[in-house]
Ligand binder design. Structure first.
Ligand SMILES: [Ca+2]
Length: 282
């Protein structure tokens, strides 16, 4: 704390320390006293770090237009003083953000979680929007990727699956769209392996929902085609962590959907428990 070389820290019940010299960098701190075993907690206050923090559970989110997206923001006080202020929002036109109104208080050294609701209005152009949030000097940018709403039946479920190759006959391509959560397709060890489905009829495709087994790619593309010969890339996923992934797009006249691997995340091939495909409903 510049301009001060001594700071009382004993005003809050439960804090026993009386004063600490501050202002110059140190590499270590030793606490001595008549009964060192009675020290339960040491909480460092760093004078060269920000006084407040503002954290979001995610920095980038997908939002269907017209639907409310609920997130949580964490407000923190990093100094031996309470942090107070409003949670401020700067959002572009067409994007509505609701946060708690009025002043918020965060007790020293603690974090408070507050709700943030984002709605991208129907008819807002489909692209990414940056929302700027601020709290007592800390700022954070949330990138919202807007997509049209999807719904209806899973189109892949009634489609015909194929692959670049199956690891064994026990893991056929059809196991990824059979509606059975316990069966899976598995590829040979090949970064370029792919899985595809021919939909029963052309669709305006909005969402492909994947459930990867442990053997997943670190990078892959979702490609679409009207005829199964000429393909275009609808979405590219990098830094995939596997598990459940929802890939968004707005692609018209889609008859074929392909999950095209680029890079394996493990020493195995790729394995999918399920692939679902949903049309845009607006
Ligand atoms: Ca399955």
């Amino acid at each position: 704390m510049p301009g001060q070389n001594r700071q009382d820290t004993d005003r809050t019940p439960g804090y026993g320390a009386r004063g600490a010299r501050v202002g110059s960098p140190v590499d270590a701190v030793r606490v001595v006293g008549p009964a060192p075993a009675r020290v339960h907690h040491l909480v460092p206050w760093f004078t060269d770090s920000p006084a407040t923090s503002l954290e979001l559970e995610r920095d980038e989110v997908d939002a269907e237009t017209g639907r409310v997206l609920r997130l949580t923001a964490g407000l923190g006080s990093l100094r031996p003083a309470d942090a107070r202020g409003r949670l401020t929002v700067e959002a572009p036109e067409g994007v509505r953000v609701r946060v708690p109104k009025g002043e918020l208080a965060v007790k020293r050294g603690s974090t408070v979680e507050v709700p943030v609701e984002v709605t991208v209005a129907r008819g807002t152009p489909i692209r990414s929007y940056d929302i700027r949030l601020g709290f007592a000097g800390a700022t954070r940018t949330l990138t919202v990727r807007a997509f049209p709403p999807t719904g209806g039946p899973d189109l892949a479920r009634t489609g015909t699956a194929r692959s670049s190759g199956d690891e064994t006959p026990d893991f056929p391509a059809s196991a990824a769209n059979d509606g059975d959560p316990d069966t899976r397709w598995s590829s040979p060890v090949d970064d370029g392996a792919w899985w595809q489905v021919e939909l029963p009829r052309p669709a305006r495709l909005g969402q492909v929902a994947l459930r990867w087994q442990d053997a997943h790619p670190s990078a892959y593309r979702v490609q679409v085609s009207a005829d199964g010969r000429r393909w275009r890339t609808a979405a590219t996923v990098r830094d995939s962590r596997g598990g459940r992934e929802s890939v968004r797009m707005d692609e018209r006249d889609v008859r074929f959907v392909r999950v095209q691997g680029e890079k394996r995340a493990t020493r195995f091939g790729y394995s999918l428990w399920s692939v679902e495909a949903y049309a845009i409903t607006e």
